[in-house]
Design a protein around this ligand. Structure first.
Ligand SMILES: Nc1ncnc2c1ncn2[C@@H]1O[C@H](COP(=O)(O)OP(=O)(O)OP(=O)(O)O)[C@@H](O)[C@H]1O
Length: 688
């Protein structure tokens, strides 16, 4: 094998950059021409055809004949646009890696580029053969092609490149990640935002997970900084590439603890283009069902705060999230076909429309042979028929009254309209109850599922006050989804980040609702910051993977983390300052002096309460005008200087982290662990 020197590689890069530039110019020209073509065809259609479509004349046929041509031109246009976007993006950095496989050089970048003869000049990192690069070693290896078969290959060389503005800066022949300079540079580069595109330094254990088949559920556990969120993103890009004919971004859902991921995704994965992957939170699932509109549910943040700040509330929280309650709820749902379904009276402005007993009679006696969800659907149909009859009856009745009292003559149509409006108004509430299935009393069903009397009474009280707790969301959704058979069939893959923060019942709500989807769930049991204890996740038929290495924080910070939870992290990072434990009477003053003295590119001041975050913000905002007080529903993620209460820090990463009043976490080692692991370079604990 001939080993290319730096000069040879620089020459090759020059050739590729020139090729891309010419390719780009060519695409721009084609784009112009295709756009003109589309405009021209549309013009022709507008001028000659659509104005006078005439079946006799035959120009409909002419139009139909033009359709494939229009479609091909538009597809062509879209293809050119995608290629142009890709080429423009790749000119400054066409590739980042190379493997020489059985004598052939394979250059790897963020998209595939071919020349006119269809030779591949650059391989997309998601192609099967590019997988060899991420094995991080040379020798006899193999990779898997889409039909599932394994191809043996001898990797003779593995090379990484640092390229900027189309010029070769450096290159490394590397077959081990230890001493991987590019990875080290990336880890220590604090100038970047939280989530970087890690495509050029994906590690072997991460690569294995990214490339797991779509058809199986996967559960990934790994310590803070092991790249779980990053690899969730890369996995999305990978799956979309692998299944480009059957999967589009709209078929993938990312469930994360906060709302910021849409911004990340388009920033981090430019290869996804403009197409957006859907992102949701568990809480936001509620808004999919208008049944729950008008009910006030506690947010997860309020829930954590309430439980941390008060002695009470823990027992009921734990009860409702327990496997015991969940299995009871499930059995209860199974038995509803036989007995126990609860209905509401349907009452309009003018009195009773349908009693709950009558509804129950229909459900159990008239429709008793059908499955529950079918019965309810049929009941809804029948109720709507009854509603229409009643509207008609009320309208006629009203029309008569209006006619008798009306002093003008000849306005029958207007009177009919007025009577109709009146009738609909009388039954507006009833119509809403029917169409939203509010004739089923889900709150009552929920209460009946709570066997513990005291918890049941407590729940009755909070429901009466329209003060639903966070832990009420999952059982209510579970009931609603099961009883009515509601599912989302569009989503084919769900990625749950921070899965340790969900209880079994929450997890199964998602499993059942997205029942066509397979799941990749990622988390870390050591990072559960919710104060309530819960049973471990019971996930069936999962491929379970564990990550061990952590790429975020300095060795000193990782050592500190291992001090909190022994042997939890394997550090592959760099050395930095010692973790600072500071005793001070005036924490705010200490922070001011600290931040004025040195340049800290990104700082997060993490406080034990919301009130404290507000207080620090007030104290610091004059001296540091760029400071931002992070709110509970903010979606920003790349602020250089923020103050935030601890429960909002999940998933963030900051160059410098300052924990105020750190003695607050003395008895909550998991929280301290999460907070300390947000720091990449500098960690200060004030009054620990
Ligand atoms: N292979 C890699 N190459 C370079 N950087 C990496 C790699 N894997 C992870 N990182 C970096 O490590 C940091 C942590 O990654 P990420 O946030 O994905 O970890 P996580 O496991 O989700 O952490 P946490 O559990 O604390 O939320 C990020 O800055 C990420 O860019």
């Amino acid at each position: 094998m001939q080993i290319l020197s730096f000069e040879d590689e620089a020459k090759h890069l020059g050739f590729i950059v020139d090729f891309l530039k010419v390719f780009k110019a060519d695409l721009e020209m084609k784009q112009g021409r295709t756009a003109e073509g589309i405009v021209g065809t549309r013009y022709e259609i507008n001028e000659n055809i659509s104005n006078v479509i005439d079946f006799e004349d035959g120009n409909v046929m002419e139009f139909v004949q033009m359709l494939p041509e229009i479609r091909t031109t538009e597809m062509n246009y879209n293809y050119i646009r995608t290629m142009l976007e890709r080429t423009t993006r790749m000119i400054p950095k066409p590739y980042f890696g190379k493997v020489v496989v059985d004598g052939e050089a394979i250059y790897i970048g963020t998209g595939t580029i071919k020349n006119k003869d269809n030779d591949i000049l650059i391989y997309d990192w998601r192609t099967p053969i590019a997988s060899l690069f991420y094995e991080n070693r040379t020798g006899d290896l193999s990779y898997i092609i889409p039909d599932g078969s394994r191809i043996d290959a001898t990797v003779e060389q593995r090379r990484q490149f640092i390229i900027a503005d189309g010029a070769l800066i450096n290159m490394f022949d590397s077959d081990m990640y230890i001493g991987d300079e590019i990875l080290q540079n990336m880890i220590t580069d604090s100038s970047q935002s939280r989530l970087k595109n890690i495509v050029s330094t994906i590690q072997q254990e991460q690569n294995d997970i990214i490339r797991l088949p779509l058809s199986r559920d996967t559960l990934v556990y790994g310590p803070p900084g092991s790249g779980k969120t990053s690899l969730a993103m890369q996995r999305i890009a990978y799956l979309l590439y692998q299944h480009k004919n059957t999967l589009d971004p709209g078929n993938i859902l990312l469930v994360s603890p906060n709302e910021v991921f849409n911004d990340y995704l388009s920033d981090v994965l430019p290869e996804l283009g403009e197409n957006h992957v859907k992102n949701t939170t568990f809480y936001r699932m509620l808004s999919r069902f208008p049944y729950f509109k008008g009910r006030n549910f506690e947010h997860v943040y309020e829930n954590i705060r309430r439980l941390r700040e008060s002695e009470s509330g823990h027992a009921i929280y734990e009860y409702k999230n327990s496997l015991d309650y969940f299995s009871g709820l499930h059995q209860y749902i199974q038995s509803l076909g036989e007995a126990g379904m609860v209905f509401r009276n349907l009452v309009g402005e003018n009195g009773m429309f349908f009693t709950k007993d009558a509804l129950s009679h229909i459900f159990y006696n008239e429709l008793g042979s059908h499955p529950v969800r079918r019965r309810l659907a049929k009941m809804q149909e029948r109720l709507l028929v009854r509603y229409n009859e009643e509207v008609r009856r009320l309208k006629d009745e009203r029309f008569e009254v209006l006619q008798e009292t009306n002093t003008y003559i000849g306005e029958t149509e207007e009177l009919k309209k007025e009577a109709h409006e009146y009738a609909k108004k009388q039954l507006k509430v009833v119509h809403r109850q029917i169409s939203l299935f509010r004739f089923v009393h889900f709150e009552k069903l929920y209460l009946n599922s709570i066997r513990d009397r005291q918890f049941r009474n407590e729940t009755v009280r909070s429901i009466k006050e329209n003060d639903f707790k966070y832990e009420d969301i999952a059982p209510l959704l579970y009931l609603y989804i099961h009883v009515l058979g509601k599912t989302d069939r569009k989503i084919q893959h769900v990625l749950i980040d921070e899965v340790q923060d969900y209880s079994n019942i929450q997890y199964y709500v998602m499993r059942h609702f997205y029942h066509k989807a397979t799941f990749t769930s990622l988390g870390d049991p050591n990072q559960q910051i919710h104060p309530g204890q819960k049973d471990a996740l019971v996930a069936r038929d999962h491929t379970e993977k564990r990550l061990v290495q952590s790429y975020r924080s300095t060795n000193q910070i990782n050592a500190f983390l291992n001090g909190i939870i022994p042997d939890s992290i394997k550090s592959v990072s760099v050395d930095g300052d010692e973790v600072q434990k500071v005793s001070t009477d005036d924490e705010a003053e200490y922070i001011k002096v600290l931040l004025e003295k040195d340049d800290h590119p990104q700082v997060a001041i993490i406080t034990p309460t919301r009130a404290e975050a507000d207080r620090y913000y007030e104290i610091l905002k004059n001296d540091f005008p760029e400071i931002k007080n992070l709110g509970e529903t903010d979606t920003l993620y790349n602020q250089s200087f923020i103050v935030l209460p601890y429960y909002l820090s999940k998933g963030f990463e900051y160059n410098t982290v300052i924990l105020t009043d750190a003695q607050n976490y003395q008895d909550s080692k998991h929280i301290l662990y999460v907070l300390a692991s947000r720091a990449t370079r500098h960690l200060y604990l004030l009054n620990p």
